[in-house]
Design a protein around this ligand. Structure first.
Ligand SMILES: Cc1cc2nc3c(=O)[nH]c(=O)nc-3n(C[C@H](O)[C@H](O)[C@H](O)COP(=O)(O)O)c2cc1C
Length: 200
């Protein structure tokens, strides 16, 4: 893991930007990073919001530095001059896992008020893949309109809703099912969850 400021990393790996924000479900970001760490071709760039760090502690008793150790490069949310803030930084795209309604709202309205929302904005403007694992329940009209706006701009709204047809036996299995589908969206080969092969 390295902390980066304004210079782009010199690498031929596929870069993927991961952000953990303050919605419940920090485990989605953690499992994603754990799986990416096993893939040498992927260079992960990590951002954790302050509320995201709070939830990592609340839900998983993890410290920010425990999770940062899983990433190849870590950026401060306040470092608005970081490499990933520019469209000239080449990446496969960005996953916000989990994504709060606040971050969703900022992305929907082009409000680049920190490095997470700026990088999401750049991802959309460069027409790269942006996946928001949004989490709230129930939704109000602002949430629904913001999801529509992001979809209209080319982003993918991916609420991490568990499936039951695969008869999961643990939280990790349920989480990995969603993580697997998200990795599929980036064409990252994975066997994290069984694939549907028809009714038994
Ligand atoms: C324990 C806890 C759980 C939360 N769960 C959610 C949630 O599921 N969805 C959501 O939109 N916000 C949730 N919030 C509120 C966000 O953390 C808050 O709006 C925060 O400002 C989001 O900032 P960020 O997007 O920069 O991380 C939660 C907050 C706490 C403390």
């Amino acid at each position: 893991m390295s902390t980066q400021t304004s210079q782009p990393a010199q690498s031929t790996a596929q870069r993927l930007i991961i952000a953990i924000t303050g919605a419940t479900g920090a485990i989605y970001g953690v499992r994603l990073l754990k799986h990416l760490r096993a893939l040498p071709q992927i260079e992960s760039h990590l951002l954790i919001s302050d509320a995201g760090a709070l939830n990592l502690h609340q839900e998983l008793a993890l410290k920010r530095k425990d999770i940062e150790a899983l990433a190849d490069v870590v950026h401060s949310v306040r470092d608005i001059g970081a490499s990933i803030a520019s469209g000239s930084f080449q990446s496969e795209g960005m996953i916000v896992a989990p994504c709060s309604m606040k971050t969703l709202a900022a992305v929907a309205h082009g409000l680049s008020d920190n490095l997470i929302t700026r990088t999401a904005d750049v991802t959309l403007k460069e027409r790269r893949r942006l996946v928001l694992m949004v989490r709230e329940t129930p939704f109000n009209l602002a949430h629904l309109r913001n999801m529509t706006a992001v979809t209209e701009m080319g982003g993918i709204i991916f609420p991490p809703l568990p499936s039951f047809y695969n008869q999961p036996s643990s939280i990790e299995e349920m989480v990995d099912h969603s993580v697997s589908r998200v990795l599929d969206l980036f064409k990252i080969d994975n066997q994290l969850a069984p694939r549907w092969s028809g009714l038994k």
